[in-house]
Design a protein around this ligand. Structure first.
Ligand SMILES: Cc1ncc(COP(=O)(O)O)c(C=O)c1O
Length: 336
């Protein structure tokens, strides 16, 4: 399963789905009904699972758009039972220890019986691992032990049910979590869920965030840069203004330690990141208006930006602003 929620982690969902399906993905995973419907309206025909919970009013809509749904709580099982006849195929989500979504393992046998008795199609059973990004974590062992009991019971009653548990971390590092399907998000976008996993594959980040230098200013030592005048130059230098700010998804917090790449060189961000711009101290180098600046991508990684902003790469990718044009490059040709 390619996990394409949150606009495919900021990459633009329909083109990502097309690429993922062409590369062999069997399923697509979204978080909400709206995301699933948007894929159907975008002409995507593949099996789609809504990973989040639905309200009573949403279940029939999901069925109408041929979306499989997750039973994310005992209450949602009751909702499905009230909509018999208009319930799409369901995957039982089991809370094996993350305490986010899912039925508790002990509740599954009875709820499964009731769903089956009403003719609701149980297509799968899954759980989400909380600590798969840390090797051999006790939590993963506990979660899997609980899940295996439930999955075995579901299998016994529904032999073709798809059993799934692994996210990117599990897919990359823990084959015993793979079962019938893995649900891969971050790794599909070319990033590792944790730094220690880089030896587990050869991933290349799909996303590069670029902008351009829109102004350069030669300034003397002691010149204030950006809001709050919190940064002052310590020598005569050139300050390059780049058209990318926090409205584009560049985190304001990253400004304190962040760098940008221009003409193959890294430069420190000077002063606070603004809504639409940030400034870089480019010294005496020949940086000019129109130069491309890489905010992250293949040289400066999203992981680095995440570290500067005290967050994780997931948030950096998902945060890229809507107004940033997505340009897709495939075999040297570009499209939007
Ligand atoms: C239920 C579920 N499965 C799979 C994933 C994919 O996770 P990752 O991006 O770490 O592969 C997510 C994302 O959070 C998720 O919520």
């Amino acid at each position: 399963m390619s996990v394409v929620k949150a606009d495919a982690y900021g990459h633009g969902v329909v083109p990502v789905c097309r690429a993922a399906l062409a590369a062999g993905a069997a399923w697509l995973g979204v978080a909400t009904l709206g995301e699933g419907v948007a894929l159907r309206l975008g002409g995507i025909d593949a099996p789609i699972l809504v990973l989040g919970g639905l309200t009573s009013g949403e279940v029939a809509d999901a069925a109408a758009h041929r979306l499989s749904i997750s039973i994310t709580s005992a209450e949602m099982a009751e909702i499905a039972l009230q909509h018999v006849g208009a319930v799409p195929p369901v995957h039982l989500k089991v809370d094996t220890g993350m305490t986010r979504l899912g039925m508790f393992p002990q509740d599954v046998p009875m709820l499964l019986d009731r769903l089956l008795a009403k003719g609701i199609r149980v297509e799968g059973c899954y759980t989400q691992l909380a600590c798969a990004d840390e090797p051999d974590h006790e939590m993963t062992r506990d979660q899997l032990a609980r899940f295996q009991l439930v999955a075995g019971m579901v299998r016994a009653r529904v032999p073709h049910a798809l059993i799934h548990a692994a996210n990117s971390a599990g897919a990359l590092t823990a084959p015993h979590t793979h079962f019938d399907m893995v649900r891969v998000g971050l790794a599909m976008y070319g990033l590792y869920p944790a730094p220690g996993m880089a030896s587990r594959g050869a991933l290349h980040p799909a996303m590069r965030l670029h902008s351009r230098v829109v102004r350069t200013a030669r300034v003397s030592s002691g010149t204030a840069v950006s809001y709050g005048a919190a940064f002052r130059t310590t020598a005569s230098t050139t300050i390059a203004t780049i058209a990318c700010g926090y409205a584009d998804g560049y985190p304001r917090l990253a400004g304190e330690r962040g760098q940008v790449l221009i003409r193959g060189h890294r430069y420190r961000i000077a002063g606070r990141v603004c809504m639409d711009h940030l400034m870089a101290d480019v010294g005496d180098d020949p940086v000019a208006v129109g130069d491309v600046a890489q905010l992250f991508g293949d040289v400066i990684s999203a992981d680095e930006v995440a570290a500067w902003a005290h967050t994780i790469s997931y948030e950096i990718l998902c945060g890229v602003g809507l107004r940033v044009p997505r340009i897709y490059v495939r075999n040297g040709t570009t499209s939007t």
